[in-house]
Unconditional design. Structure first.
Length: 288
C-alpha cells in the first residue's frame, strides 16, 4: 500500500479515557452508564424484579479472553447477572480491560469478569465491550475513538487512515467536514450498495451503508482510501449541525473483519450536544 510509506503513529498503552457511542436507535443506558464515581454521566436504572440466576455455561471462546470497555460512560459491574439498582459494586471506565471468567446467555447475556481490582458481572453487549485491547485516538477538535493495539494510524489530506501493523489489509477512515455534501455520493466509485439503514452514533442518527465491489469496474482508484481496494466497504455518515459532518468508512474482505469497524464507531465521540448530554433514566434490556 502506497500510503504505508508514511509513518504510522501507534500509542504505547491501552486507552483509558475516550468516548463511545451506541449502535442502534436505542442508547444502552443503565448497564453502560458511567461508573459510580461520575454521577453527571450516569443514568439511574429503574429497579428490576429479582431474577433466578441460571447456571453459568462457560464458553471456551470467551472464557479466559480479554475484553475492553468501549462505552465512554464506562460499564457498571454488578454483584449478580441482573439489572438491579442495588447490586452495582463498581465500574470500569472506557478503555479498561478485564478477563472473562464465565459467560451466561440468560437475562440477555452476561460476562462474569475480573479486572485489576474488581470482579463481578457486566452486560455482554457487543456495543459496550470488544475483544482484545485498544489504544486511544484523539483529534484537536475533540473527536476521540478506540482502535486495536495491533493497528496504527496516519494523517492523510482527507482525514485519518487506520491500518493494521501487519497481516490483514483491511482499513478504516475517519473524516470530518462542513457538510455531508463534501463527501460526495455515498460509498466508493466502483462499489454497489447492498443496504443502507439508519444508525445512531453517540446520540446522532445517520446512515450505515454496505457496499460490494463491482468486478467489472476499471475506473480510477476512488477516494477516500489510498490503500488496496478490497471486496467490501461499509460507511457511516453523520450530520451534527449545519456546519459539521462526519464519515467513518471501512474497507474489508469478509464479515469477520467487521469487529474493528464496530469497535471504532461504538467508541467514537465528538464535542456536540447530543453526544455530550447526560442520559435520561431508563431501564435497558441487555442484548446477547
Amino acid at each position: 500500500m502506497p500510503a504505508r510509506a508514511r509513518r504510522l503513529t501507534r500509542a504505547g498503552v491501552p486507552a483509558t479515557t475516550v468516548a463511545a457511542l451506541a449502535t442502534g436507535a436505542i442508547v444502552l443506558l443503565a448497564a453502560c452508564a458511567g461508573v459510580p464515581s461520575s454521577p453527571s454521566r450516569t443514568a439511574s436504572p429503574k429497579p428490576t424484579p429479582a431474577v433466578v440466576v441460571p447456571t453459568t455455561s462457560p464458553t471456551p471462546a470467551l472464557v479466559g479472553s480479554t475484553r475492553t470497555v468501549l462505552s465512554p460512560l464506562g460499564l457498571r459491574v454488578h454483584s449478580a447477572p441482573a439489572l438491579a439498582a442495588g447490586n452495582v459494586v463498581g465500574g470500569f471506565s472506557q478503555g479498561r480491560s478485564f478477563s472473562v471468567l464465565a459467560y451466561q446467555s440468560g437475562g440477555g447475556g452476561w460476562f462474569h469478569v475480573q479486572g485489576r481490582t474488581l470482579a463481578g458481572w457486566v452486560v455482554a453487549d457487543p456495543a459496550l465491550t470488544a475483544a482484545g485491547t485498544f489504544n486511544t485516538y484523539s483529534e484537536a477538535n475533540g473527536v476521540t475513538a478506540l482502535y486495536p493495539q495491533t493497528w496504527g494510524f496516519q494523517q492523510e489530506t482527507f482525514g485519518t487512515l487506520f491500518v493494521p501493523q501487519q497481516g490483514t489489509t483491511d482499513s478504516a477512515v475517519l473524516e470530518t467536514a462542513s457538510s455531508l455534501k463534501t463527501f460526495g455520493a455515498g460509498g466508493l466509485a466502483g462499489y454497489l450498495a447492498t443496504s443502507v439503514t439508519p444508525i445512531v452514533v453517540c446520540g446522532y442518527t445517520g446512515t450505515l451503508g454496505y457496499y460490494s465491489k463491482e468486478a467489472s469496474y476499471t475506473g480510477a482508484t476512488p477516494a477516500p482510501l489510498p490503500v488496496a481496494r478490497l471486496a467490501l466497504y461499509a460507511e457511516i455518515r453523520l450530520s451534527f449541525d449545519s456546519t459539521h459532518a462526519m464519515l467513518i468508512g471501512f474497507n474489508y474482505q469478509d464479515s469477520g473483519q467487521l469487529d474493528v469497524f464496530s469497535a471504532l464507531y461504538n467508541s467514537i465521540a465528538f464535542p456536540y450536544p447530543l453526544c455530550e448530554a447526560p442520559l435520561a433514566a431508563a431501564t435497558p434490556t441487555p442484548k446477547p
